[in-house]
Design a binder for this molecule. Structure first.
Ligand code: MG
Ligand code: MG
Length: 258
């Protein structure tokens, strides 16, 4: 079921989104060679709890941490560990969710550890641009297919691919609500978007082929061909007649609107 949020509810999600933005910015600033993914997780969890919120991922379907840390060929759902010491040249995707006063926020970004290769720089920048291309179509009256088509077109334009087996989602009181928000699709097709929908749009972009496989533990999702991947996600609120508000990127102003 798709739930539409009123202005008061969106304000609650805005507060959750702002806290999550601060958590992820702190995690991003701490990324450097020699740091373990467990240290990043512990930092995120403390900041979430200090902000009066609850980590959404911890215990979700048995996930054992507050942060997903996915390195190189791991696309999503990597589990933080003291064994995973970040190395120069790696790509680290961090995905985090929190619940504040009963409302969820979900956001992810990919960071280069120290110096990274030009192609990997391009990969993570493309994942970000894919998000903005898709999110720009998250406007009341347009359709889910408009978002997905724009995301995939941007990836393909840059010589990359998007994962088809995983998607974004509605979000609100629950971390995962309807609808699925695919990173591919046909313009003008699919569910019509309405004011008050809140969506997590999250392109997962692969350097090579997009097919993925899960490790035996059921968590770490990796590319089958070992190519590296980047992930970028924000929680957005759909508005009438203009581009969405990015709840997990407070203060963001769309350039065309200014
Ligand atoms: Mg996420
Ligand atoms: Mg998500």
């Amino acid at each position: 079921m798709i739930t539409l949020k009123n202005e008061a509810q969106i304000e609650s999600m805005r507060q959750a989104g702002k806290l999550l933005y601060e958590v992820l910015q702190a995690v991003k600033a701490a990324v450097q060679p020699g740091v373990t993914t467990l240290e990043l997780n512990d930092m995120a969890e403390k900041l979430i709890r200090d902000g009066g919120a609850v980590p959404s991922f911890l215990g979700y379907e048995g996930f054992p941490a507050s942060l997903c840390t996915s390195i190189n060929d791991v696309v999503v759902h990597g589990i933080p560990s003291r064994e995973d010491v970040l190395r120069e040249g790696s790509l680290l995707s961090v995905d985090c969710g929190l619940q504040l006063h009963g409302w969820q926020a979900d956001s992810a970004l990919t960071v280069g550890v120290g110096r990274i290769s030009p192609v990997h720089r391009k990969l993570l920048e493309t994942a970000e641009r894919c998000f903005f291309e898709g999110a720009a179509r998250a406007v009341a009256g347009l359709r889910l297919g408009d978002i997905g088509a724009a995301v995939e077109a941007e990836a393909v334009r840059n010589g990359f691919t998007v994962v088809h087996d995983l998607s974004g989602h509605g979000i609100g009181r629950e971390m995962h609500e309807d609808p699925y928000v695919y990173n591919f699709g046909f313009s003008g097709r699919g569910l019509q978007l309405r004011k008050g929908m809140t969506l997590a749009i999250e392109p997962m972009v692969c350097a090579k082929d997009w097919h993925v496989t899960s490790d035996e533990d059921g968590w770490f999702v990796r590319t089958c061909d070992g190519g590296w991947a980047a992930h970028y996600e924000h929680t957005v609120a759909i508005l009438e007649g203009r581009k969405p508000e990015l709840l997990t990127l407070p203060g963001y102003v769309w350039k065309e609107d200014s």
